[in-house]
Design a protein around this ligand. Structure first.
Ligand code: COA
Length: 372
């Protein structure tokens, strides 16, 4: 019989990976052996994407070429623009990206490309374009060009969204958050991508499924929910009262806790640093102090620590990004990790098909409809 602790596959080793380690010594995160602290401080998102997908850091020339390649792939096919124009302004942006990914899979199927790397590059290059195109069409009925002179995905999206070049501080803050979100072992959306891949399906199907999984508030949707919480309070004292009330009602506080990390989420102090810098830049005296107080209350009352989503919410807000776009930004980044897992799953594939403990009725005689 399944015990409660194995429900949700908690603690179950469901495969092997050379991509990342999560929670070693309670608190660590590495991508291909490099610590998240080193990558966030010294690399760029494109370098990390290359590392995850190809196994080694790129040389300077490889990185220049890779940036140029991604830059050249940002244009959306006319048929995809037509799809985006048909989607209502009430659609959740995660649904927009999920549909767009699936639509691109019809227009440029994997079987018609040179392979998985090509599709991955195309998705990394076009997800920001898809969201920005839909944004401008739905808010201003404006059909934007989806290229810019920015050679980073972070700079490109901020440029498209705000219609002007971002400051270096904003580009760096966003780039750092993309690095932190890029990969996280067998999390729910990555596992989805691996299950889809294990049936020998295509990469668009794997990533479309992963986007659907990421959308929920227990996973990627937590950054959106965390901001709604933080933004409710006017002062730190108000936040303390509000969070104590929520805890008394046994409600979950989004952006706290983790399935694997036991002591801390190593990404949190890195993103918190950016939240603090951006708060100082805009002269914020509300959101950052409120966030710090919520963190203190959760530590004191429940011994819970913030995960990446908690301070990311403020970072994205200070970058002028609408709350509903927070989880889509996670997609821009995690696409690198998802695709690397698709490649890894294919390299030693076996159909993922677990079994279940049956808890239903004992065998019984069928009752014809006339006798029921
Ligand atoms: N707020 C309040 N209590 C929380 C909590 C949170 N964010 N996260 C965990 N807990 C408590 C649970 O209520 C539970 O307490 P109990 O044993 O008294 O019932 C205990 O801690 C274990 O939580 P559980 O939900 O069973 O752990 P899990 O491993 O299944 O869940 C998460 C992990 C991430 C889903 C969970 O921590 C959560 O829902 N967090 C909020 C959503 C979030 O931020 N998701 C992004 C993850 S990166």
């Amino acid at each position: 019989m399944t015990s409660h602790s194995t429900q949700g596959l908690a603690g179950v080793v469901a495969g092997r990976t050379a991509l990342s380690t999560v929670g070693k010594e309670g608190c660590g995160l590495t991508y291909r052996g490099y610590s998240i602290e080193d990558l966030a401080a010294q690399a760029t998102f494109e370098e990390v994407g290359w590392l995850l997908l190809r196994g080694e850091l790129p040389t300077a020339q490889q990185l220049t070429d890779y940036r140029a390649r991604l830059q050249s792939l940002r244009e959306l096919p006319a048929a995809l623009k037509a799809v985006l124009e048909q989607l209502p302004d009430t659609a959740h942006p995660m649904d927009v990206l999920r549909t767009s990914c699936s639509a691109l899979g019809c227009l440029e199927p994997e079987s018609a490309t040179a392979g998985t790397f090509d599709v991955t590059d195309r998705l990394l290059a076009t997800f920001p374009s898809m969201l920005a195109y839909w944004h401008w069409f739905q808010t201003q009925t404006k059909r934007i060009e989806t290229h810019s002179e920015e050679d980073s995905i972070a700079g490109h999206f901020l440029h498209l969204l705000h219609g002007q070049r971002p400051s270096e501080l904003h580009r760096q803050a966003f780039d750092s958050s993309l690095i932190l979100y890029a990969e996280h072992e067998f999390n729910a959306s990555t596992f989805t991508a691996r299950v889809v891949t294990s049936t020998l399906s295509d990469i668009y199907s794997a990533i479309t499924g992963a986007i659907g999984t990421l959308r929920g508030p227990l996973h990627g949707g937590a950054n959106e929910a965390a901001f709604d919480l933080i933004n409710r309070f006017t002062t730190a004292d108000d936040a303390e009262r509000g969070v104590m009330d929520l805890l008394a009602r046994k409600e979950k506080i989004m952006g706290f806790g983790h399935r694997v990390y036991r002591d801390c989420d190593p990404r949190s102090p890195i993103i918190q640093h950016w939240a603090k810098r951006l708060a100082e830049e805009v002269g914020d005296t509300r959101l950052y102090p409120v966030s710090e107080r919520i963190e203190a209350v959760l530590r004191r009352e429940k011994k819970l620590f913030p995960n990446l989503d908690f301070y990311s919410a403020s970072v994205f807000h200070f970058l002028g990004i609408p709350t509903l776009y927070f989880t889509p930004l996670f997609v821009f980044s995690r696409t690198a990790g998802w695709a690397a897992h698709v490649l890894e799953q294919r390299s030693e594939n076996r159909l993922i098909r677990p079994t279940a403990d049956y808890i239903g009725s004992e065998p019984r005689a069928f009752v014809p409809i006339t006798e029921r």
